[in-house]
Design a protein around this ligand. Structure first.
Ligand code: ADP
Ligand code: ASP
Ligand code: MG
Length: 815
């Protein structure tokens, strides 16, 4: 005998039922077969809602029942030739009339007991199995429809009835003896008590029915046909790279299903495990896929110690604490007794070795009843003050690693908690079974999806990482960055297994946010069609999405954008900025961001603040961290000023050369920030701070060469005034030239002091041969005392800045 079970989605429509019929026919051609069917997908939910609506006095239940009726009648019409439909159609209508009468009764009484609800929902599997049976009959396939209510005996715990295994086995054996058939069709989920009153086996219980049939009839195999190609390493609706597990032990399958892997209803495994019946999980919609085999021991060489990751999404933690518990036997027993008396299932338990507290996890909707039960049970001690009233924390979840072989692999919990910690997921409690088949962590409900993904990445995608970007600022640098990301996206995926996704983009006018990632080929259009920019909403969405490996990228020069970094870092979202404002604002603010970055394990990278894409801050911080001491920094840090003084020789007006620099994209949006020295001051300030100096902007001496009149008014006024002052600039140039020198705007930091200003540089000087928009930085340190460490190259321009930002993104994501 083989037993096949088809779930709700497999029988959701007539088209799907056809697939089911094909599968069951080819199975039954190989030997005796029993087939267990769920209700059509969504029907159980709809029946529960109808009952509840009726009980609450709403007549809307009628509409729901109507749609249920239509779905079933449509299925009959599609599956069975017209000439043979009528008796089944009238049978379905009769059942639907009964449901209507039942709901009318509920409506009139205004009450829905668990017993009545079981009766109502039982119609779901009754109808679906009867329709499939009718379809087989119309094709003249010899078979019997067997009523599970007469074969599975339970107690009277309506809604979640306990099975009397011995009685059930007798009833089944007697039935097949009396009514032999090559093929039985049975409704799943439904059963009855000793008085013949209909009961149900709990939501998802059709799997259990199939296991009971398999165990009672000593089946050779049980096949659970569903809508995925097997038991997977994690719920595929949450983890896009979850993969099918080829083979898994009963124990592992049981742990995974108990911890939320809905693909198998948890009680299903026990009866088949006891009987040693192998179980296959197969996909109705891809029947050729191999599926998952659940069996005693997985003999094949294991790929890794962790088999799967699952989660329970709504949980509450109850903590019982007090000195009255220390050394007193029986406290735990009374606690569990109190919960059991209210049929409350305990999901996990932790107890500190001091015995001062016990913590239990229960389903979120049991939390109030559990609190009451425990406080009542310990009322006496609570009155005395030796035990405190139970403390309840709601909105929690559990994420669990499951695997038989974890016990022989040290370091798994370290890797688990390390990965969670690095991604800012706070662990509230930990439980590990003594068998070490399961390690569970309690986390905030809002973090659970992230936690499952983080762990999946850590244990199953070691060579595969996801990186989620939120990019603000799409001007010169931002647009180039988008080009580079698009160009590298495939390369990174193929060669470094890095899936780069841009989840949000914004400029000062518009923003776009997506749950799936923005198409990098069409981002301009998406932005044009986007919503008006709202920085707060943008940041909140990044925080809400709570994705692992998130990086916020600031390509603006905006103080407002710089002011949100703290909100991102505290959510473990890394920040990459070419915006210099945050690092050159008050020292206390800069330091705070550094601390937040450390405390929340979120990188804060700003390499492009100095020298665009040149490696300056990285090597400097490497030197400082490895114990070197910086004695002096001399640098030409303004690509703009270098460009201007390299191109200005008195033949063209100074203003024209500045305008060219702006047009070619080398200046800040307001060129006065470059010409007046502010931009260079910010850069030397950042370098000084990275050397460890607690310095402010005001501490820097600015020997400006700009006449004050040029620094007033609008950008247009500035250009006009530059023209007026042409003689001043010409004389600076001529004076240097007369001395055989050229002009460079130099920044230095030495002896704790920093200054910036125009200098005449002679041909022997290292800065003399500095062309175009190049930058140069010389570090004199204890390890580089005579010949400085020198970094030189293009220090401005959208392309190099964007590539520096890109490099920071990869660094920030720690890949
Ligand atoms: P059926 O109606 O066939 O009984 P269910 O909806 O009860 O199907 O179970 C199948 C679903 O279980 C899948 O669609 C999948 O979303 C979910 N699921 C959760 N965890 C896992 C897992 N670890 N492996 C496979 N599926 C899982
Ligand atoms: N129809 C029932 C439910 O939806 C049982 C099952 O499908 O397994 O819970
Ligand atoms: Mg199911």
């Amino acid at each position: 005998m083989q037993v096949l079970k088809f779930g709700g989605s497999s029988v959701a429509t007539a088209e799907n039922m056809e697939k089911v019929i094909d599968i069951l026919l080819s199975a039954s051609a190989t030997g005796p077969t029993s087939v267990v069917l769920s209700a059509m997908g969504g029907v159980t939910d709809a029946l529960i809602s109808s009952g509840k609506l009726a009980a609450s006095g709403s007549e809307q239940y009628k509409q729901l029942l109507q749609t249920i009726e239509t779905r079933h009648l449509d299925a009959v019409r599609a599956l069975i030739p017209v000439a043979r439909q009528s008796s089944l159609l009238s049978w379905v209508k009769q059942r639907c009339n009964e449901m209507e009468s039942l709901c009318e009764g509920i409506f009139l009484l205004g009450e829905l007991s668990p017993r009545t609800l079981d009766r109502l929902v039982s119609y779901g599997e009754w109808l679906s199995s009867y329709i499939v049976s009718g379809a087989l009959q119309s094709r003249e396939v010899p078979h019997l429809w067997a009523d599970s209510r007469q074969l599975i005996r339970t107690d009277s715990s309506f809604g979640n009835a306990k099975v009397d295994m011995a009685q059930t086995r007798l009833l089944m054996e007697a039935y097949v003896y009396e009514f032999p058939s090559p093929l039985y069709i049975l409704p799943g989920f439904i059963a009855s008590n000793a008085k013949g009153v209909t009961t149900t086996l709990g939501r998802g219980g059709s799997d259990y029915t199939a296991a009971l049939v398999a165990a009672s009839l000593h089946a050779d195999v049980l096949e659970i046909w569903t809508d995925v190609s097997g038991m997977m390493t994690a719920d595929p609706r949450w983890v896009s790279h979850a993969r099918v597990i080829d083979r898994i032990s009963y124990q592992e399958a049981m742990e995974l299903s108990h911890f939320g892997a809905k693909v198998v209803y948890p009680p299903t495994i026990q009866p088949v495990m006891d009987a040693g019946i192998p179980v296959w999980i197969k996909n109705t919609f891809a029947p050729r896929d191999p599926g998952t085999l659940i069996e005693h021991e997985v003999r094949e060489k294991q790929k890794g110690p962790v088999r799967g990751i699952s989660s329970i999404n709504d949980m509450a933690l109850l903590s019982l604490e007090g000195s009255g518990m220390v050394g007193v036997p029986g406290v735990a027993g009374r606690l569990f007794q109190a919960l059991a008396s209210q049929s409350i299932n305990v999901i996990l338990i932790t107890q500190g070795s001091s015995e001062f507290s016990i913590c239990v996890g229960v389903a979120g909707n049991d939390s109030e009843a559990a609190q009451l039960a425990v406080n009542t049970a310990f009322g006496y001690e609570i009155g005395l003050g030796s035990i405190q009233p139970v403390r309840v924390e709601n909105h929690l979840a559990v994420v669990a690693l499951v695997g038989d072989n974890m016990k022989s692999h040290p370091g798994i919990s370290g890797r688990m908690f390390g990965a969670l910690g690095r991604n800012g997921v706070n662990v509230r409690a930990i439980a590990q079974g003594a068998s070490e088949k399961n390690i569970s962590a309690v986390v905030a409900a809002e973090d659970v999806k992230k936690a499952v993904n983080v762990l999946h990445e850590a244990f199953f995608e070691t060579a595969y990482k996801q990186l989620n970007l939120y990019i603000v600022g799409l001007g010169n640098v931002g647009a180039k960055l988008m080009d580079q990301l698009k160009q590298q996206q495939y390369y990174l995926l193929k060669h470094t297994r890095l899936q780069l996704r841009v989840m949000g983009i914004a400029n000062s006018r518009k923003m776009v946010l997506s749950d799936q990632g923005i198409d990098l080929a069409t981002w301009q259009q998406a932005l044009q069609d986007g919503q008006p920019m709202d920085l707060d909403a943008f940041v909140e969405e990044a925080r809400r999405q709570n994705l692992r490996n998130s990086v916020f990228v600031d390509n603006t020069a905006s103080a407002l954008v710089a002011s949100v970094y703290d909100r991102l870092l505290t959510r473990s979202i890394a920040v990459v900025a070419c915006n210099k404002i945050a690092c050159s604002s008050r020292f206390a603010d800069y330091q705070r961001l550094k601390f937040l970055s450390r405390d929340y394990n979120a990188n804060f990278c700003f390499e492009t603040n100095v020298g665009a894409g040149l490696p300056v801050i990285g090597p400097l911080s490497d030197m400082v961290r490895s114990g070197d001491r910086v004695d002096r920094i001399d640098a030409v840090l303004s690509g703009t000023l270098n460009f201007v003084f390299n191109n200005y020789d008195g033949t063209r007006p100074f203003a024209e050369v500045v305008r060219q620099a702006q047009e070619e994209g080398y200046t800040e949006p307001d060129p006065r920030l470059d010409l007046g020295g502010t931009d260079v001051m910010r850069k030397i300030l950042i370098l000084a701070r990275e050397c460890g100096a607690e310095m402010e902007m005001d501490d820097i001496t600015n020997n400006t060469f700009m006449p004050t009149s040029c620094m007033e008014g609008s950008v247009d006024d500035f250009y006009r005034e530059l023209g007026v002052q042409e003689a001043h600039f010409a004389s600076l140039y001529q004076k240097a030239r007369a001395n055989g020198r050229i002009l460079k705007f130099v920044a230095s930091f030495a002896g704790g002091k920093a200054q910036v200003g125009l200098q005449e540089v002679s041909p022997e000087h290292g800065f003399y041969h500095l062309y175009g928009k190049d930058n140069v930085v010389q570090f004199y340190t204890r390890r580089y005392p005579q010949q400085p460490l020198m970094v030189k190259g293009a220090g401005a321009g959208a392309d190099v800045t964007a590539s520096g930002v890109f490099a920071d993104i990869i660094r920030a994501a720690r890949i």
